[in-house]
Ligand binder design. Structure first.
Ligand code: CMC
Length: 429
């Protein structure tokens, strides 16, 4: 790592700060001593210019449309590997050997069941509860069921908690779905791989045989790989911030799930599908495009634009291909919502407003369409995102806990409220 300095003129003095270079990507100016040296804070709402941590896990170049996990391009991982291989890579830093992969698959598979008492925990929720609300509650409750993996100072317990979270998340997600639609819970089947087992737990019923379609299982696998990690996004930063106080990993992941729920983040695929259904017919697209461009209208085209990618999202390219594979396999051709989606994609890619602002279709645009074709209701879309992202959250959380320079995250503020004033008794106000 090379080091240079940046100079800042402030308060009549010149202050010097170390500039640090990563292996790839922009340099960072280390302003850790800024407040001590100058008495001033930096101001960066939304953290658009702030590197909040040092990390070796994921690299994104938004201008070039590059996404690397531990150096490996996402398209190669999605094309050649499976989800648990991507999990191993994110957690351990290297691709596994055959023996390591078999051992890891075995360890994850042996943790897929949840404590039987947890099934009764679900019945406390209303049937019409949003499955993300159920996820926030049940995942947070894991810390009440698995006490032997909440000591964050023990490396063995940290790894057990990580494996448990990766393994149990699909089971909990499928249970949330089954409870939502009033069907009995389906236990995991260890002979199936991660994605096939998940489809089985969601779509099998006890009264008949369910055969997992391999094309659909592969599509589910791709969706999981493509969503596995994405650097310091809002939910990952939430997990790190929650973890920085020493909170247990299950509580931190529950915090990440809550953050992911928002429509500007993981909720976008659900919002994209709801928008397609609201548009309803290709004839109404111009009206919605006009609304998206109107500065006085808060409406945005859901599934378009990204905070980091100002080029085609590399995940969206793979997802687009997967979408067409799934639609072909299921023989879906004349779906009005799909017609709207394809026409919207065409217009947005050629319209000057979207081109100038670099608003490309993002992964959520295509994953929403695919998940609908797979048979999931829109309310489950963000839940599936959470299942996939759990490994990213936990790998980032582990990295933070194992960083010797780690301290509690505590941002400051630019205070614009009233200066000190005296209390006024109620009769005199
Ligand atoms: N439709 C219409 N205009 C848009 C859109 C959109 N989807 N996204 C951004 N803009 C405009 C925005 O109005 C602004 O215009 P102007 O410069 O005239 O004020 C300009 O583009 C820049 O927008 P911004 O809000 O400053 O950009 P941002 O980086 O803060 O926002 C975003 C990124 C993803 C929140 C935003 O593009 C958005 O709301 N998109 C729709 C929701 C969505 O699809 N989110 C999923 C993100 S990918 C999943 C994930 O990784 O979590």
């Amino acid at each position: 790592m090379t080091e240079s300095t940046a100079k800042l003129e402030f308060g009549g003095k010149t202050h010097e700060f170390k500039v640090r270079s990563g292996s790839v990507g922009p340099d960072v100016i280390d302003i850790g001593a800024l407040y001590k040296d100058t008495g001033a804070f930096t101001y960066d709402p939304g953290f658009t210019s702030t590197a909040s941590c040092e990390s070796e896990i994921t690299f994104i170049d938004g201008d070039e449309g590059i996404l690397l996990h531990r150096g490996y391009p996402i398209d190669q991982l999605a094309e050649h590997g499976d989800f648990l291989e991507a999990c191993y890579l994110l957690l351990y830093g290297e691709l596994p050997t055959k023996a390591q992969k078999d051992d890891f698959d075995y360890r994850v598979t042996r943790h897929t069941m949840v404590h039987e008492q947890m099934s009764r925990f679900f019945t406390g929720f209303r049937r019409d509860a949003h499955p993300m609300a159920v996820m926030c509650g049940v995942v947070g409750a894991l810390s009440a069921f698995y006490h032997d993996s909440t000591d964050i100072s023990d490396p063995h317990q940290r790894m057990v908690a990580s494996i448990r979270l990766i393994a149990k998340m699909p089971t909990i997600a499928a249970m949330a779905y089954k409870y939502h639609i009033g069907q009995p819970f389906i236990y995991p089947k260890n002979e199936l791989n991660f994605a096939a087992n998940f489809l089985h737990m969601c779509f099998a019923v006890p009264c008949e045989e369910y055969k997992v379609n391999p094309v659909l299982a592969r599509a589910m696998e791709r969706i999981f790989i493509l969503h596995a990690d994405h650097e310091q996004n809002a939910s990952t930063s939430t997990v790190r911030l929650a973890g920085s106080s020493g909170a247990n990993p299950f509580a931190c992941i529950a915090a990440g799930i809550a953050c992911l729920w928002g429509p500007a983040h993981g909720g976008a695929n659900e919002a994209a599908l709801n928008m397609l259904s609201e548009i309803g017919h290709v004839d109404r697209i111009p009206e919605f495009i006009a609304r998206a461009k109107d500065k006085n209208d808060p409406f945005r085209l859901m599934g378009f634009g990204h905070r980091v990618y100002k080029n085609y999202d590399p995940r969206a390219k793979i997802m687009q291909k997967t979408t067409h594979e799934v639609l072909g396999e299921l023989g879906i051709k004349d779906d009005p919502m799909l017609d709207v989606a394809m026409e919207l994609e065409k217009i947005a890619l050629t319209d000057s407003y979207f081109i100038e602002k670099k608003l490309y279709p993002n992964i959520d645009f295509y994953s929403g369409i695919t998940l609908k074709a797979l048979g999931f209701p829109t309310t489950m879309f963000t839940v599936l995102f959470a299942v996939a992202r759990t490994v990213g959250w936990i790998a980032q959380w582990k990295e933070m806990i194992e960083d010797p320079h780690q301290k509690i995250g505590r941002p400051r503020q630019l205070y614009t409220g009233s200066p000190e004033r005296d209390y006024v008794p109620i009769a005199k106000r």
